[in-house]
Design a protein around this ligand. Structure first.
Ligand code: PEP
Ligand code: MN
Length: 337
């Protein structure tokens, strides 16, 4: 249920309405839009008679939200959410770029890649320290040491950094060393992890599970938001289909659909979305043309010897060229970079 307040509502009136709801055992999430303040009422509101609230002073309208995701829905908040990561704002007119290796391999490796991608104007560096690998015998990441290297590389190059957590235990180091925490595809429905991430105030990059519907992705975001953390960027990273030419099928249609259903920013990951280096560039172009608020792309100076995901990782020169193209496409669809 959402309560749209009058334009000239006073703080005292908001307090009265809020108290009445809290007394009934509901959680309240306040959102201040350009014209109206909205109260999102979370809990089992089925038995509530909306008229009891409609008559209160300061209330403009009471609406029932039909979607199971309440806080993430456009009904709750019609304006785009802006999620700030370092100096980059996702969800506005500007497109945000995130680039870097799949895994942090050494201090030198991440520093060198940071310097190279920074030259293209990219302001956010990616790199995995806790790696969700299909085989237990594959490189598992450098753990906390890797996060330290990532933070150092970010600081030297004046870039914000993002890295994935797989377990609740990883959150403490991630809070210390990163500017945004990634939840990977394999953990999109790790509800214990999502609940913990709801309690912090760092931005979360939430990737779509490889077999998750868009509703399930939005419900995963809802888990984090229900805990109080509304700083979420959604990421389409490809789903499993019957097609096996590509590693995953990048669902470009998810971008305009999500943009309609939710106010949260939506970015695309064409690296995991295709798994094939020469398919990354065309899909990155397509994602921006389809309305994505940003891209996350794997880049390495030596992808052929990368410790993970080399086959889908762009050479630096390819990434430089892509950034130039993205600028042109962004302009064509009324965005900037
Ligand atoms: C990654 O970003 O390195 C990663 C493992 O992504 P995903 O969870 O989308 O597979
Ligand atoms: Mn990867």
């Amino acid at each position: 249920m959402i309560i749209i307040l009058e334009e000239n509502v006073t703080e005292k009136q908001i307090q009265r309405i809020t108290e009445k709801l809290v007394d009934k055992g509901f959680d309240i999430h306040r959102s201040t839009g350009a014209s109206h303040t909205v109260l999102g009422v979370v809990g089992n509101t089925q038995s509530v008679d909306t008229r009891d609230f409609e008559v209160l002073e300061g209330v403009h309208e009471v609406l029932r939200v039909s979607e199971p995701y309440k806080l993430a829905s456009r009904t709750f908040q019609s304006e785009n959410s802006i999620v700030k990561v370092g100096k980059v704002k996702f969800g506005g007119k500007k497109i945000g770029l995130i680039a870097g290796p799949c895994s942090i391999e050494s201090r030198e490796q991440i520093k060198k890649i940071a310097r190279l991608v920074k030259k293209t104007g990219t302001k956010i560096l990616r790199g995995g320290a806790y790696k969700p690998r299909t085989s237990p015998y594959s490189f598992q990441g450098l753990g906390e040491k890797g996060l330290k290297y990532l933070q150092e590389a970010g600081k030297i190059n004046n870039m914000a950094v993002v890295s994935e957590v797989m377990d609740r235990m990883d959150i403490i180091p991630a809070l210390k060393y990163t500017d945004m925490i990634q939840v990977g595809a394999r953990n999109m429905q790790n509800f214990a992890l999502l609940k913990e991430l709801g309690k912090i105030d760092k931005p979360i990059l939430l990737k779509r599970g490889m077999s998750a519907t868009l509703k399930e992705l939005l419900m995963a975001a809802e888990y984090i938001m229900a805990g109080g953390n509304h700083n979420i960027i959604l990421c389409e990273r490809g789903i499993r289909t019957f097609e096996n030419y590509t590693r995953n099928t990048l669902d470009i249609s998810a971008i305009p659909i999500l943009k309609k259903l939710t106010h949260l920013p939506v970015i695309a990951d064409p690296s995991h979305g295709t798994g094939i280096r020469d398919k990354v560039v065309p899909m990155a172009r397509a994602a921006i043309a389809a309305g994505a608020d940003g891209l996350i792309i794997e880049v390495h100076y030596d992808p052929d010897n990368a410790l993970s995901d080399g086959a889908q990782t762009l050479y630096v020169a390819q990434y430089q060229e892509l950034v130039k193209e993205i600028k042109i496409i962004a302009t064509a669809v009324g965005r900037t970079i």
